[in-house]
Design a binder for this molecule. Structure first.
Ligand code: ZN
Length: 246
């Protein structure tokens, strides 16, 4: 049951015939784990918190730098030099104090991610590297947690939703790289709007998936912001993939 305050706060989404009070109750019960609090993670967390989910756990290992501000819209100049997840928690709590926000400065790898999985309804990959995207996918498949994974570069992005119970996974589309890309690889070019759009779509996918609305399961959405095209490519579950028990 929603409280009077919740009815008022979320009134504009409750009046959507696709959401309603029932839908808001579902949104208000969601627990989400977000990996990364940068370009994708900023808009993703802002919209999820604004929508009134129950709990958001954010993991990131980084410190805010001046070159982040061009795209990581959670932060401002007073945050430079400070721990990202701490500043993120502050900003997000000011936006919606009803949501439980857990913020951990941690480096995500195969072992560390395990301690954050309990009771999560979704894992969202907002990282900036392929290794973490494959890890999020694998952990989601193994633990049967729904996942949303996005990637960006320059004016381009892609996003998919993984429902381990039934849909294709990230690794069905992209074979896992045999070796890690070299760490000396320079930063990727990016216009700030690109993670803004893709991170926002990640939040939308969580909400739509939770509400059983059409989503990006079995579909990779390719976003090209130069020619303004959004194209969906249907993807099939690969029977030799980890998501088929291989
Ligand atoms: Zn797969």
């Amino acid at each position: 049951m929603l409280t009077e305050d919740q009815r008022k706060r979320y009134s504009r989404q409750i009046i959507s015939p696709l959401i309603g009070e029932k839908g808001q109750e579902i949104i208000s019960s969601l627990r989400v784990l977000q990996i990364g609090a940068g370009g994708l993670g900023s808009p993703c967390s802002l919209y999820l918190i604004a929508s009134g989910i129950k709990e958001l756990t954010i993991i990131d290992d980084d410190i805010v730098s001046i070159s982040n501000l061009q795209r990581q819209i959670l932060y401002n100049e007073t945050h430079v030099g400070k721990v990202k997840v701490e500043m993120a928690k502050q900003v997000l709590s000011n936006l919606n104090s009803e949501v439980q926000i857990n913020a951990y400065k941690d480096f995500i790898d195969e072992n560390s991610i395990k301690k954050y999985l309990k009771n999560q309804d979704f894992i969202i990959d907002c990282s900036d590297n392929m290794k973490t995207k494959f890890l999020v996918n694998k952990v989601a498949v193994e633990n049967k947690i729904k996942a949303v994974i996005a990637g960006i570069k320059d004016f381009y992005g892609q996003i998919i939703t993984v429902n381990p119970q039934k849909s294709a996974c990230y690794q069905c589309i992209f074979p896992e790289p045999e070796s890690e890309p070299s760490k000396t690889e320079g930063p990727l070019p990016v216009i700030g709007v690109t993670p803004g759009i893709l991170g926002t779509l990640e939040a939308l996918e969580v909400i739509k998936t939770a509400l059983n609305l059409p989503n990006l399961e079995n579909n990779l959405l390719m976003v090209n912001l130069i020619d303004m095209s959004f194209s969906k490519i249907e993807v099939l579950k690969n029977e030799n993939c980890i998501c088929s028990g291989k």
